[in-house]
Design a protein around this ligand. Structure first.
Ligand code: HEC
Ligand code: HEC
Length: 207
């Protein structure tokens, strides 16, 4: 009897948790598309930006996109161009819808600078033992696709210029919205040339 009650309690708790989790992140991609005209000027109509200063959003994890937009809106991630754009989004519901729209798009491929790829691959898969840099693949996955539930972003196929800017921003602390300093700890001891090599490798990675 006691076991049965416990089982019922655990089951209802789990399903409530699952429901809460789902309702917290379900956006409507069709409504998101309708709200995305202002974003497309920089990020491209389908989330594939042409200018490497602006990140691709196509195919990015939905929960990660939601987190970034909330972080910009709450000044937890600051950047002169994007902060006002995020604050201009009309509602939290639009944040969810925009994230759903861009997450549902297919990312365009990129080509890497071949000279740096071999050194970058070593860092991506094995880290740098001597300076204690963790392997990127441990969190971002073997193909750079990220981990949606953990909000580890997809980084494969992203513009290398944008990746380099983010890694340096984590290193200087200009970007500090990574939970538990996960990224700041990784890049703390990376040199510019190590950052450039790993960025080239990641940019050329395809799923
Ligand atoms: C004027 C150009 C511009 C416009 C318009 C713009 N953005 Fe951005 N966006 C940027 C830049 C630049 C960055 C990179 C910021 C940085 O370097 O930290 C960025 C970053 C982002 C990120 C973080 C991506 C990542 O991989 O972490 C998201 C999400 C985003 N933008 C969504 C949007 C949405 C949604 C809109 C429309 C409401 C929009 N942007 C409009 C320039 C723009
Ligand atoms: C311990 C887990 C972990 C490891 C190891 C790790 N990352 Fe990350 N990375 C994260 C998390 C979490 C974020 C998102 C932070 C946030 O919420 O803004 C992130 C964000 C990033 C971003 C920004 C993406 C964007 O769209 O703005 C880049 C680029 C990146 N990581 C590259 C790397 C590289 C290259 C390595 C290896 C040298 C690496 N990461 C190792 C967890 C990790």
């Amino acid at each position: 009897m006691k076991k049965a009650i416990l089982f019922a309690l655990v089951t209802s708790f789990t399903s409530t948790a699952v429901l809460a989790n789902e309702s917290a992140k379900t956006g409507d991609a069709t409504k998101g598309k309708a709200a995305s005209a202002v974003c497309s000027a920089c990020h491209g109509a389908d989330g594939n930006s042409v200018n490497p200063d602006w990140p691709k959003l196509a195919g990015q994890g939905e929960a990660y996109l939601v987190k970034q937009l909330h972080d910009f809106r709450a000044d937890k991630r600051a950047e002169a161009t994007m902060t006002p754009m995020a604050k201009g989004i009309a509602s939290d519901e639009d944040v969810l819808n925009l994230a759903a729209y861009f997450a549902s798009q297919k990312q365009s491929s990129a080509t890497a600078n071949k000279d740096k790829v071999a050194a970058g691959e070593k860092i991506y898969r094995g880290g740098i033992m001597a300076s204690g840099v963790a392997a990127c693949s441990g969190c971002h996955g073997p193909s750079g696709a990220g981990n949606e539930p953990a909000k580890f972003p997809k980084i494969s196929g992203q513009h290398s210029k944008y990746i380099i800017k983010q890694l340096k921003a984590f290193r200087s602390g200009a970007r500090n919205n990574d939970t538990g300093k996960m990224m700041r700890n990784v890049v703390a001891k990376m040199s510019d040339s190590e950052i450039e090599a790993v960025a080239e490798y990641v940019s050329g990675l395809h799923e």
